[in-house]
Design a protein around this ligand. Structure first.
Ligand code: SF4
Length: 351
């Protein structure tokens, strides 16, 4: 953790999380406005570039080969297929394109080389490029950084104490090791968690504490509400209460002021009002498009209406105040002329 940041204790995080809701929202919105444009939301698209057949046993995931779900394994997409999807996402207004592969870990070879080409192509389109490929080593992280990868997603999912209840095929320390390789390569870290996996409030606070004490802090924090999928061990989990989701987002905003806090999976179950409360709490990004890897996501037109009715505008790429996002912007393939409409809200507009 950087010396200018306080080291958060669990008690301090719990005290914030459990504040009266109006007080928590006020504090979160105040922090938000110090670091971000108050009315801008980044639109991101997440594409599964290699679906299913994963040897890990994450209890929430329909792509695990250990669970009997309706997801069928698919081959790794071609670079052309991915870039065609990225162009469509850009036309629809996304400024960040995330690529997910259902791998336990990255293996050097043609498949990884293809993903590297995808990253280069996405950057050339003027989009931020993010990837989530499982565990990786230092050399692989450096290769992705050289290709211009803006961010690497590797979620902690939950607290260290609860982790074993959800996943048995890897450890929390495996997770932290890859996070260390990403940080060392100078790639911005995208790291968050999932609510609703049977964890306690204390587990949620502990996960947020761990995230906030990372050095550097994640530049991007996806907060997901579990979408229970038939055939997974968590298929019968009750839905997360929307106010609990708002509390987690507000706490994340206060603990990690410069991060983009992303309201991620589970939005199909949230009312418009609940989503607006999440924005009020400091969420400033949503995933946009009909699918989030293999699960459903709100209709694009509904999202456009949701933002317009709230007076929110789409954010330009690289508006994040995270220094590592700014550094990766200068590295790797640059956008080709006319790649992205830059009429959206830029960082200089932050208030
Ligand atoms: S979450 Fe990722 S690592 Fe876990 S089973 Fe699904 S695809 Fe594999």
């Amino acid at each position: 953790m950087s010396s200018s940041q306080p080291e958060w204790t669990l008690d301090a995080v719990l005290s914030l999380h459990d504040l009266p809701l109006t007080e928590l929202l006020l504090r979160a919105q105040t922090v938000h406005r110090e670091h971000h444009a108050h009315d801008a939301v980044q639109l991101c698209t997440l594409l599964s570039v290699k679906t299913g057949g994963c040897p890990e046993d994450c209890g929430y995931c329909p792509q695990s080969s250990k669970h009997d779900t309706s997801v069928e394994p698919e081959r790794l997409l071609s670079v052309e297929e991915v870039l065609a999807s990225a162009r469509r996402a850009r036309e629809a207004g996304s400024t960040r394109f995330c690529m997910g592969a259902a791998w336990r870990e990255v293996k050097d070879g043609p498949a990884f080389d293809r993903v590297v080409s995808m990253v280069e192509g996405v950057r050339e389109l003027g989009l931020e490029a993010c990837a989530t490929l499982g565990m990786l080593d230092e050399g692989q992280a450096r290769k992705l950084a050289a290709a211009g990868l803006t961010a690497y997603n590797h979620n902690l999912d939950t607290s260290r104490e609860h982790y074993g209840e959800v996943i048995s095929t890897r450890t929390y320390d495996d997770r932290l090791r890859t996070i260390g390789h990403v940080a060392k390569a100078g790639i911005s870290l995208c790291c968050g968690g999932i609510l609703g996996m049977g964890e306690s409030i204390r587990d949620r606070a502990e996960m947020l504490r761990t995230l906030a004490n990372l050095d550097p802090q994640p530049g991007s924090v996806p907060i997901n509400a579990l979408v229970p999928v038939e055939g997974t061990p968590l298929e019968n989990q009750p839905r997360v209460d929307s106010i609990e989701l708002v509390r987690a987002i507000a706490t994340a905003r206060i603990l990690m002021p410069r991060a983009m806090v992303r309201l991620s999976a589970g939005r199909t179950e949230l009312s418009r009002e609940a989503q607006w409360l999440c924005f009020m709490a400091g969420a400033n990004s949503i995933f946009y498009g009909e699918k989030l890897l293999t699960t459903g996501n709100p209709d694009v037109r509904d999202d456009q209406r949701l933002l317009a009715d709230a007076g929110l505008v789409p954010m330009a790429p690289y508006a994040s105040p995270d220094p590592q996002v700014q550094a990766t912007k200068a590295r790797g393939p640059q956008a080709k002329a006319g790649a992205i409409p830059l009429s959206r809200r830029a960082p200089a507009d932050a208030e």
